[in-house]
Design a protein around this ligand. Structure first.
Ligand code: ZN
Length: 135
């Protein structure tokens, strides 16, 4: 197992639609409104939602991203996004850039979810130990 962190770079988008257009390889106006989206939750359980429901969830969270290949992270983060959600998203996508790369997409998602979970846990511990005591 290689412990040295692999390099990556980040592309930020002004709108969710622009980020999704790059993901689908289409123009922003052509981002699919129909169809389904498959995703894996933190417990490794697979889900299937409509595109409309998926986009509502992305907009409500205020951020979304994806990893192209093993070194290019694409993110959309709006000003209403909670810092914990933005950091969790970025940690998740960084997870996709790090070895060991998994053979299946489910296993790769579980690996990235571990990075996300560690980042969220660290923020929560920091908040509990330091930030909350300042009040
Ligand atoms: Zn992922």
């Amino acid at each position: 197992m290689e412990l040295k962190r692999r390099e990556f770079h980040v592309v930020r988008y002004r709108t969710l639609r622009d980020c999704l257009a790059e993901y689908f390889g289409c123009k922003p106006a052509e981002v699919p409104k129909r169809g389904h989206w498959h995703w894996t939750d933190m417990d490794g359980k697979r889900h299937k939602d409509t595109m409309a429901k998926t986009m509502r969830r992305m907009r409500n969270r205020g951020c979304w991203g994806w990893c192209e290949g093993k070194a290019k992270i694409h993110v959309w983060i709006n000003s209403r996004c909670k810092p914990i959600d933005a950091i969790a998203l970025i940690a998740h996508e960084i997870g996709h850039t790090q070895k060991p790369f998994r053979a299946t997409s489910d296993a790769e998602e579980r690996k990235a979810n571990t990075y996300e979970s560690v980042a969220k846990g660290a923020i929560q511990v920091y908040g509990a130990l330091f930030v909350d005591r300042r009040k």
